[in-house]
Design a protein around this ligand. Structure first.
Ligand SMILES: NC(=O)c1ccc[n+]([C@@H]2O[C@H](COP(=O)([O-])OP(=O)(O)OC[C@H]3O[C@@H](n4cnc5c(N)ncnc54)[C@H](OP(=O)(O)O)[C@@H]3O)[C@@H](O)[C@H]2O)c1
Length: 338
């Protein structure tokens, strides 16, 4: 009989946590006990998974005595404290935050790209930033046949990447503005409704934001190309769900578009949506709720014989977070990487 596991979800009431619960149900994840935790604000709240009602609990140390997998989607502080605690108690921690991502002892995994890294795990596994994941997914198969020389990426990131509170803020600001009221601003340094903000996370001294540096460093780690030349500009846009990216890739040699299409068509987790003459290309609304990364606008870079440009869209709450996390757990189970 299929073995079942005890699971704790830390941050079960959040934007990612809610999608994770949907996916546990939709993917028939094999669980026995399910413990749902959030902040004290949510303790006692009822959440339903597989038609069973669960009460949201406070995080207690004893919980981890009886748990196999801990999914953490809360914040950096909780990840750090609870991640270390749970892994000391022999739980497998799959963490969504950035705290462990660049730790050499922690695999940073997108199963379609580097599932092999899971063999080396020491109890904590990180998922990448939600914009890094789709980028790594498209770079890897190209790099395998025609090594990448340089990448320039610009992102268009939805507010759900910031969390549930930012979705509420976009809704609120939109209605306030339409009612000729001053918008309430708390999640971002500027109004996000009817605007865009080229600023995600803190600025570093080099002029790049932390989000941009995460994309650069995490992509290098996942692809195992520590010196990959890559530049990123990350922009928050007034979209609820899904991140888009405009990507320019310089390869070692020229490549035919037919070859690019074949490569992407044969890769799990990627779907091509590319018929501009019929107005077919990826959009946030098109990809919302979907597992695959959608790619379109695939074209030659007219300024560089070895270059291609493309556009992608990915559901940041699914492949950018909850889906990737659950796929990691499934990979551990199917390969017995305990
Ligand atoms: N959103 C994305 O696209 C995305 C993608 C990749 C990674 N991540 C990472 O995933 C994590 C969660 O993101 P999110 O967007 O889901 O954020 P969110 O919507 O703000 O949800 C945060 C969750 O953490 C809980 N929480 C907050 N403080 C807590 C505490 N002291 N103790 C226990 N639980 C606490 C919240 O509970 P309450 O409801 O009770 O406040 C809520 O369940 C973050 O580390 C983020 O960086 C997010």
């Amino acid at each position: 009989m299929l073995k079942k596991y005890n699971i704790a979800v830390i941050g079960a009431t959040g934007a990612v946590g809610q999608v994770l619960l949907d996916l546990i149900e939709a993917r028939n994840f094999p669980y026995n006990s399910l413990y749902l935790c959030a902040s004290t604000r949510s303790v006692g709240k009822k959440l339903v998974v597989n038609e069973t009602e669960y009460l949201v609990e406070e995080i207690k140390e004893e919980l981890f005595n009886n748990v196999d997998f801990v999914f953490i989607s809360a914040n950096n502080e909780i990840s750090k404290n609870i991640g270390l605690l749970a892994s000391k108690k022999n739980c497998i921690v799959i963490d969504d935050s950035s705290v462990f991502r660049m730790n050499p002892d922690v695999p940073l995994v997108v199963p379609e790209v580097n599932a092999h890294a899971l063999k080396e795990h020491k109890g904590i596994i990180s998922i990448p930033n939600c914009s890094t994941t789709p980028l790594a997914m498209i770079l890897k198969p190209l790099h395998s046949i025609n090594p990448i020389k340089r990448v320039i990426v610009d992102t268009y990131q939805s507010v759900s990447g910031t969390g549930a509170a930012a979705i509420k803020e976009l809704n609120l600001q939109s209605s306030e503005i339409l009612d000729n009221l001053n918008p309430t601003i708390s999640e971002y340094p500027h109004q996000i409704a009817f605007n865009l903000i080229p600023h995600i996370d803190n600025f570093h001294e080099n002029g790049y934001t932390n989000e941009e540096m995460k994309m650069i460093n995490e992509t290098r780690k996942i692809l195992e190309i520590p010196d990959l030349p890559i530049s990123a500009t990350c922009v928050r846009v007034p979209v609820k769900i899904a991140h888009c990216e405009s990507v320019n890739i310089e390869l070692s040699e020229p490549i035919e578009l037919e070859t690019v299409n074949n490569i992407f068509s044969n890769n799990k987790g990627i779907k091509i949506l590319d018929n501009p003459l019929k107005n077919l290309y990826p959009t946030p609304i098109e990809v919302e709720g979907k597992d695959d990364v959608l790619i379109g606008r695939i074209r030659k870079d007219l300024s560089n014989k070895n270059g291609i440009s493309l556009w992608l869209a990915s559901d940041n709450l699914r492949k950018g977070a909850a889906l990737n996390a659950i796929q990691i757990a499934e990979e551990i189970i199917s390969n017995n990487y305990f």
